[in-house]
Design a protein around this ligand. Structure first.
Ligand SMILES: *Cc1c(COP(=O)(O)O)cnc(C)c1O
Length: 412
């Protein structure tokens, strides 16, 4: 049975998350399917940023660290993220970038598990994750070894030489979900720690870090958490591990008493020891507005809608683009997939450029993957239908063959 545009409009009416779209400013002539790369603008962010700049910075100046609680931002935002990922309030803090947080936690983990010397990660993991681990391996010059293994060999790679396994929970390209509890259990059985990169998971699916036995996690503020371009990132350390983990970027903000100005570093008791320097106030203010878009939202609704929007898109591709030469390169079932779908096509780059020119924004990941993200707070079922309709037109009419769609920009 074909899926009509009216069917999709009816699903929007019945959607328990439909009200949340009003929490964002989304251009009305655009179908935005790239919230997995940069979340949409929260409606409250422009006024909040203007206030932070003109009043807090302009008038209150240095007094704002206390008066407007700038100093509390990292912990306050961490406490907002905790329930979105199934963590306790004192287990999450906002700081630095995802890449830097990975470095801090991976270094802390191998130090805590010495003399074990192996870090396991996955071939095809997000580049920054692999590069940062390679940098750590170089820095420690032979004291540790990074083992990159294929996804299917991860469980077998775990033995008592392994200090840490570092994985991205939802694969950035394929959307495939790792079984967090199973990997945590297996790693713990051999005495290893697990570090999860939640960049494509936080705000896209329901997570239970504490229940599933997660040790460490990091994640991105500017994707599904809607924190704005280059937003600060978060990190999680399970309560029981906090006393034994020491991260190497021992800046003053992670000190037990930063304003004692003592000469000796003494790490803060809890999660705050994972801070390094002064918080990025403007970025954190924007991220706070992004996190407010999750107020009153059930993460179970987020997960179901993510799966349903992706399933709808794939059904429409099968129905209307079946002879276009697309290869579905994400799990076909919403249960095993994050809030994104991936299609492979040799002309993927030009097809995505033609689609963007038609007002549907997705993205492209080399060599041949086009990717669509379905941020469930503001993506409607009818958006998915309209996006697919334009995709079907573009492949049927071969619009993508125009030369202008083949020029590669710096960011794809
Ligand atoms: C987006 C993303 C990052 C981003 O790292 P930055 O330090 O913010 O550039 C890291 N890991 C994964 C898996 C991502 O998808």
């Amino acid at each position: 049975m074909t899926i009509s545009r009216e069917d999709c409009l009816a699903r929007d009416v019945a959607d328990p998350l439909a009200f949340a779209r009003a929490r964002f400013i989304v251009p009305h002539d655009l179908i935005y399917l790239d919230g997995n790369s940069l979340g949409a603008l929260p409606a409250t962010a422009p006024a909040r940023l203007a206030d932070v700049v003109s009043r807090e910075w302009g008038e209150d100046l240095i007094r704002s660290w206390n008066k407007n609680d700038w100093i509390g931002l990292p912990a306050r935002l961490g406490a907002r993220i905790a329930p979105l990922i199934g963590a306790g309030a004192n287990e999450v803090i906002v700081a630095d970038s995802t890449s830097v947080n990975l470095f801090k936690l991976a270094a802390a983990a191998v130090r805590a598990r010495a003399p074990r010397r192996v870090i396991v990660s996955e071939i095809g993991n997000f580049p920054t994750d692999l590069y940062v681990l390679q940098g750590l391996e170089d820095l420690l010059g032979g004291a540790i070894e990074l083992r990159m293994v294929p996804r299917c060999a991860l469980m077998d790679a775990l033995d008592d030489s392994v200090a840490l396994i570092a994985l991205t929970h939802i694969h950035y390209k394929t959307g495939e979900i790792h079984d967090m509890a199973a990997i945590d259990d297996r790693a713990h059985a051999v005495g290893a720690l697990v570090l999860w990169d939640l960049s494509h998971s936080a705000g896209a699916v329901e997570l239970h870090l504490d229940r599933d036995g997660a040790d460490l996690a990091i994640g991105c503020g500017y994707k599904y958490l809607n924190g704005g371009p280059g937003a600060p990132a978060f990190l999680f350390v399970a309560r029981a591990l906090q006393p034994e983990l020491h991260q190497p970027l021992s800046g003053w903000m992670g000190h037990d008493a930063p304003f004692d100005f003592s000469d000796r570093y003494r790490p803060a008791e809890g999660i705050a020891r994972h801070l390094c320097g002064t918080p990025v106030v403007l970025g954190m203010a924007a991220l706070e507005e992004g996190l407010k878009t999750f107020d009153g939202i059930r993460m179970g609704d987020i997960e179901s809608k993510s799966a349903a929007l992706g399933d709808l898109f794939l059904s429409l591709v099968a129905e209307r683009c079946s002879d276009a030469g697309f290869i579905v390169s994400c799990p076909p079932s919403g249960e095993r997939r994050g809030s994104q779908v991936a299609l492979r096509h040799p002309e993927g780059y030009a097809i995505m450029q033609a689609l963007i020119a038609s007002g549907v924004i997705g993205d492209f990941r080399a060599p041949d993957v086009i990717r669509f993200g379905f941020a469930p707070l503001y993506t409607r079922y009818v958006d998915v239908w309209d996006a697919n309709h334009r995709l079907a037109e573009i492949v049927a009419q071969r619009t993508w063959q125009q030369d202008r769609f083949r020029i590669r920009a710096a960011v794809t």
